[in-house]
Every structure is written in structure tokens, then in C-alpha cells.
Design a protein around this ligand. Structure first.
Ligand code: SF4
Length: 705
């Protein structure tokens, strides 16, 4: 049944949860309920869906929906609400300048939403204060890619995960966080048992179930591990000298830096791994040509996240194992459309269509294309700094779109205080009551999945359509419409005249080709001017791809061609030592993460009783040795404290975490559990290059409740 072809009453769309970007066939029944199944023809999942995707029909009903605009809690009409938003933003800009306003959005909004939000903020407001929760997800990968490749490009494709002979997963619980990719690897391994899978993670997650080797690395030991690997490759004739010579620069500095911190005893100390474990992994990598290294939040969410990314990329550049079948570093994104957002400049330090905010020629080009009166000249505030600016009173008008920072941002209580103190807060939301919407002065009802129309880009750069299959509930409208209506009311009507998302997509495609003399491979100009029927019929396709390349030739950098000035890939010298987070008062390290059956702050998945059956309560995993010392027994309530907060969680005593470490999922909001917002504990320290918070190593103490 699962693989039967699409039926006439089914709409082809894309799952709104993780960055795997699975195709979904959705059907609305006569009672308005929704039935979904995996799209057998979608190249990301070939009919598979995970538990979250399968439960989509259970999470899209009327329950809890925000159905009408409101101002200060009072229902109002759209015109009144939008007039107020436009006047408050205009007043703030007039009195305090363009940098006194900000948008905080999400990797859940569609590329077309992102495009107009960026266009409005960067081209017409004249500031870059638009950041998203993708900052919490993939910013270190973006920064690492840009340092190494000159642009934010994932070199490989999903097929490489099946073609590889060695898959190394670093800081990635693929089994729970990207389940369909995990299933694809598991199936490939079953078909080819000689394929090896290695898991590198401080916590022994379910992903270890298919692994041949599990390395319980110390938090932030990754740079030391991969510096040690680079040293090992150089000592054992494992380098690809031709590739290094022809296509890269900076190798000797990177190797020197690697050798500095890579005596076997030093690597063992910094990684917490035995020399035997290290040698086993190093020899596997050395001797296996077809090697893919997948990394995710365990790499990105660190104060040295960008260096971790580059330490991995260094090893692939050094062996020339990049952009070839079954080879390459592979960042898998958490968000469904973090990649689409990045493509249209959806972070405070990006422009649009992979153009650089720092480059005057790129700014001039975008300014001309948009006829923008006031194009921003410098990067804006990244998420953590943005909320600090709100707290310090420097942001006078804040628009929060499709995300719940009062639960998901580090030092979440301070974020709540900041939003509460902000003079004017707009929240565009699907749900009526979230931990964040309670502080919104104006609430704007947003159309949900199944009602929205647009595109998303998954972790292998594949653009797929999200198609509507029912009318927006109540008076809800898509996010792009909210922005355009405010922009029009602020005097920018000519630039925000869109009637459909097809028009927005066509403009974005035209921008990607504008002034492109062939020096950018991100030209999607063939779709410039696409009409709605063709847009509606768009099949999933990969982008960017090299100019003139066949659709199947979507890998990058096998023969160099990087996007640096000299077209060479950059080795980055990275240092093995990472700061220690523990203190005497807070002797344990808190690792945060996701569960198999919940998504983000549960505003959607929390509606499904079936999904709640997997794990019903917030919990903290504690090693038995720590539990013994603390006198904590299984299932007791414990208080986990950091310098920033205190939460109440159920103790789960397990060897999955090492002594001195605890793990807690961050999903629970106040609606589903009291005093369990785990991100209230997390320290708002960030990676210096990416601005991504270090959400996986906060010093905490554990106490009886
Ligand atoms: Fe959705 Fe990700 Fe599950 Fe696929 S793997 S069904 S995209 S949540």
C-alpha cells in the first residue's frame, strides 16, 4: 500500500518537520480530517515517513489554533492590526533608526516567506536585524562551509549515504532526529554488511544500534579527534597530494596546528577515548576511500562549533574525498527549511541568493534589483545578541514569526523578560497560546502546514513544494502576506505587490541570475518568471547545481571550483583545546537534544496523544555512578540547576550518559509540563564565528526536588 502511486485525491507536498525533507501525499477526508503517507516518488524518502511525519494528520486540526488577529488580547480585524504594526514599526524607525526594529523568525517558514521578510528588513527598513531559530541549528555549518568553500554549499547528496563504505556520524542522533536518513543507511548496511558505521557522540543514542564502532567522546573533543586524524593521515600516506596541490590552500598551517595538539596521549586526554579506540577509527578512515562524515547539532551547538566543522572538512579536503560518489562531509540540518532560508539570506549576516552582505558589488546588485531605497550595509544582530539588545531596551519593535523563543532560546527566562519589556511585540503564530504569544501586543494568525503554499529546501539542497490541500483556518493568512501588508502600509507598496507565492519565487529566481556573468553557480534564473501553473507542477529538484550540469551532477568540489577568490578550498587551522564549562558549584555538564516523537517546543506534536506515548514526561538522564553519589533513585523528581535557571525533571538512570554528564530534551513547554523548560538552564554563550549557542554543554548541578 505504501508504495502505490499517487491517487487523484492526494496532494503532493513536503513534511514540515526536519531537514530530511520527505515527500508526503496528503488527502483531506469529507470530515475535514487529514490522511498522510510517504510519497513513493520523492527522492528524499521514497515512500518512507517517520513517526512524526506519519502523525501529521493528528496535529493539524482546529485545537488551539489562533483564528483571528488581536490587539492587547482583544479580537480585531486585519486592517486595524496591520495598521498598528506598520505605524509602530515606522515610529520606532523614525525615532530610533532602522536598527531599533527586528524580526526573529524560524526555519519552519517557507522560502517565499523568508524572501519577502529579508527583502523588507534588509532592503526597505535598512537594517539586517532579521535572524531565525536556524541560528540555533546550523549556523556553525554555514560559517564552516563559508570558511572552507567560500560559500555555504553542502557538497554531497543523500545517495552518498548509501554509496559510502564508511559512514561516520558526529554529534548526530540520526535515528531520532533524521529518522528517514537513518532508515536509508540501515537499509544500505543490511544490503551491504561490509559497510561500516561509526558513531562519535558523548551520549550513546539509539543511533548506536547500527554502528560497528561507538566512540563516547568528551564534549568538545571533536577538534582534537579530527586534528589527530589529519595527523594520522599525513603520517600514514593517507593524503591526496594532487588534490591538495591543485585545489586547496592552507594545508601546511592546518597540519601544523593539528600536529601541535595531536600527540596520541593529548588526543586521548582531550577526547576521553582510548588510544586503541582512536587507532581503530583512524585506520578505518585511512583505508576506506568512500567515506562520508555526517554531522549535526552535536558539532554545531558548541562554542567551538565552526572549528569542529572545519576540522572535519580539513580531513575530507586532505584526502580529496569530497563531491565524489559516496564521499564528503555532510551537514544535516535540523529545520525543514533552514537551507531555503539560507538561500534567500535568512540570517542576519547573509544577503540573498548566496550573495555576500560584506561585498559592495553584491549589495549594489541586490539594491538595484529590488529598487531598494535603503539597502543595509552591515550584518545585524544574531539571535542571542538580538534578544540581549531587546533586553537592554535597544529594540523598540520586535516581530516574532512562527517560533517560540521563550522555550527554545538559551537563558530562556531572560528572553521572556526581554520580550515582556519590549515596547511593541508582534507574534505571527499558528497556535493561540504559546509561551511566547502571551507577550505579544499584536497576534497575527498564520496559515499552517496544509494551508500554506511555497517551497522548502532540504539537507541535500533539494527544493520541494509545500502545497495547500485545505483553506486556511479562521482568518489566518500566510506569513509572506503578513509582511507584504505591513510593508505596503509603510509606503513600500510597489515592491510588495505579490498576489501568489509563484510571483515571489519567480522574483527570487530572477535575482539569483541578476548581473551574474557566470561567476556564480547559484543561478536559478531558468525559473525566473515562472508562471503559477509551472510553479504548481514543480517536481523536487536540486539547487544549486553547476551551470550547464545535468540534474544528476549535483555534487560539488570533486575537481575544485570552490567559491573563494582563487577558486581553491581553504584548510582552516583549528586548535584542539576547548574551554571547560564545569565549575565546582556546577560539576556536571548538561547536554540537550531532541526526542524521536516530538518537534521543537511541542506546539504541534504535543497535540498528538500517539506521539506522547513514546515518552510522556520531561526527564533527565543520569549515569548510575552519579545517581549513587547523589542518592537519586530511578523515576524520582530532581531539580537540575544552572546559573541561569532551575527545572524539575524525572530522573532516568542510564549508562547512555557518561559519569559527570546529564542529558535532557528541550521540548517541553509550560502547557505540557510545569517548570521543565530546559533551555532556561542553557548558558547563552556562542561560537565566535557563527553566533550559534553552545546548547550541549552547560555546567549544572542535580539535587533532590
Ligand atoms: Fe518528516 Fe523528517 Fe520524519 Fe521525514 S524524517 S517524515 S522530514 S520528520
Amino acid at each position: 500500500m505504501q508504495n502505490r502511486p499517487k491517487q487523484n485525491d492526494e496532494i503532493r507536498t513536503t513534511c514540515p518537520y526536519c531537514g530530511v525533507g520527505c515527500g508526503v501525499l496528503a488527502r483531506k477526508k469529507t470530515d475535514n480530517s487529514i490522511v498522510v503517507r510517504g510519497d513513493p516518488e520523492h527522492p528524499a524518502n521514497f515512500g518512507r515517513l517517520c513517526s512524526k511525519g506519519s502523525a501529521l494528520g493528528e496535529t493539524t486540526g482546529y485545537e488551539g489554533r489562533l483564528l483571528t488577529p488581536s490587539i492587547y488580547g482583544e479580537r480585531t480585524d486585519w486592517d486595524t492590526a496591520l495598521d498598528l504594526v506598520a505605524s509602530k514599526f515606522s515610529e520606532a524607525i523614525a525615532e530610533y533608526g532602522p536598527e531599533s526594529v527586528a524580526i526573529y523568525a524560524a526555519g519552519q517558514i517557507l522560502t517565499e516567506d523568508y524572501y519577502v521578510a529579508n527583502k523588507w528588513m534588509k532592503g526597505f527598513v535598512g537594517a539586517s536585524n532579521i535572524d531565525t531559530n536556524s541560528r540555533l541549528c546550523m549556523a556553525s555549518s554555514v560559517a564552516g562551509h563559508r570558511r572552507a568553500f567560500g560559500t555555504d554549499t553542502v557538497p554531497g547528496i543523500y545517495e552518498d549515504l548509501e554509496k559510502a563504505d564508511l559512514i561516520t556520524l558526529v554529534g548526530s542522533n540520526l535515528a531520532w532526529c533524521h529518522p528517514v536518513l537513518y532508515q536509508r543507511i540501515a537499509a544500505a548496511k543490511q544490503a551491504r554488511p561490509e559497510m561500516k558505521v561509526v558513531l562519535i557522540d558523548p551520549r550513546r543514542t539509539m543511533t548506536a544500534d547500527i554502528c560497528d564502532l561507538y566512540l563516547p567522546i568528551e564534549p568538545n573533543g571533536d577538534v582534537a579527534l579530527f586534528n589527530g586524524l589529519l595527523d594520522h593521515l599525513s603520517l600514514h600516506d593517507g593524503l591526496n597530494a594532487d588534490y591538495i596541490e591543485q585545489h586547496t590552500s592552507g594545508f601546511s598551517d592546518a597540519l601544523t596546528s593539528a600536529i601541535d595538539g595531536s600527540s596520541p596521549s593529548k588526543v586521548a586526554e582531550l577526547t576521553g577515548l582510548t588510544q586503541s579506540e582512536l587507532a581503530t577509527f583512524y585506520d578505518l578512515f585511512l583505508t576506506t576511500e568512500k567515506a562520508v562524515t555526517i554531522y549535526s547539532q552535536g558539532v554545531n551547538q558548541s562554542c567551538v562549533g565552526t572549528d569542529k566543522v572545519n576540522s572535519i572538512i580539513n580531513c575530507h579536503l586532505a584526502t580529496g574525498r569530497i563531491g565524489r560518489e559516496g564521499m564528503g562531509p555532510f551537514s544535516v540540518t535540523g529545520q525543514p527549511n533552514a537551507m531555503g532560508g539560507r538561500e534567500v539570506g535568512g540570517l542576519a549576516n547573509l544577503l540573498a541568493s548566496h550573495m555576500e552582505l560584506e561585498r559592495e558589488d553584491h549589495r549594489a546588485l541586490v539594491s538595484e534589483f529590488w529598487s531598494a531605497p535603503n539597502l543595509t550595509k552591515k550584518p545585524g544582530l544574531k539571535a542571542v545578541d538580538l534578544f540581549k539588545a531587546v533586553r537592554e531596551g535597544n529594540i523598540k519593535a520586535l516581530w516574532i514569526m512562527s517560533t517560540n523563543p521563550v522555550v527554545s532560546m538559551p537563558e530562556a527566562d531572560k528572553v521572556a523578560e526581554a520580550i515582556q519589556a519590549c515596547p511593541f511585540v508582534v507574534v505571527s503564530e499558528v497556535q493561540a497560546k504559546t509561551d511566547t504569544s502571551q507577550y505579544g501586543h499584536v497576534l497575527l494568525p498564520a496559515a499552517d502546514w496544509g494551508e500554506k503554499d511555497g517551497t522548502v529546501t532540504n539537507s541535500e539542497r533539494r527544493i520541494s513544494r509545500q502545497r495547500p490541500f485545505r483553506e486556511p483556518m479562521g482568518e489566518s493568512k500566510p506569513d509572506w502576506w503578513h509582511i507584504c501588508e505591513v510593508a505596503r502600509r509603510m509606503g513600500f507598496a510597489d515592491a510588495f505587490q505579490y498576489e501568489t507565492t509563484a510571483e515571489i519565487f519567480a522574483e527570487y529566481a530572477a535575482l539569483s541570475a541578476y548581473g551574474n556573468a557566470g561567476d556564480r553557480d547559484f543561478d536559478i534564473g531558468a525559473l525566473a518568471g515562472i508562471e503559477k501553473p509551472a510553479y504548481d507542477a514543480l517536481e523536487p529538484f536540486q539547487w544549486p547545481r553547476k551551470v550547464g550540469a545535468e540534474p544528476s551532477q549535483t555534487r560539488f568540489f570533486a575537481n575544485g571550483g570552490f567559491y573563494t577568490a582563487d577558486r581553491k578550498g581553504r584548510f582552516v587551522a583549528v586548535h584542539s583545546e576547548a574551554p571547560s564549562d564545569r565549575t565546582d558549584a556546577r560539576p556536571m555538564l548538561l547536554n540537550t537534544g531532541r526526542l524521536r516523537d516530538q518537534w521543537h517546543t511541542m506546539t504541534r506534536t504535543g497535540k498528538s496523544p500517539r506521539l506522547a506515548q513514546h515518552i510522556a514526561e520531561p526527564f533527565v538522564e543520569i549515569n548510575p555512578k552519579d545517581a549513587l553519589v547523589l542518592g537519586i533513585r530511578e523515576a524520582e523528581l530532581v531539580s537540575v540547576r544552572s546559573d541561569h535557571g532551575d527545572v524539575l525533571l524525572r530522573a532516568l538512570i542510564t549508562h547512555r550518559v557518561k559519569k559527570g554528564q546529564v542529558f535532557a530534551p528541550f521540548h517541553w513547554n509550560e502547557q505540557y509540563a510545569s517548570n521543565a523548560r530546559v533551555d532556561t538552564l542553557v548558558r547563552a554563550v556562542t561560537d565566535p564565528f557563527s553566533g550559534q549557542p553552545a546548547s550541549k554543554s552547560t555546567a549544572v548541578s542535580v539535587h533532590f526536588a
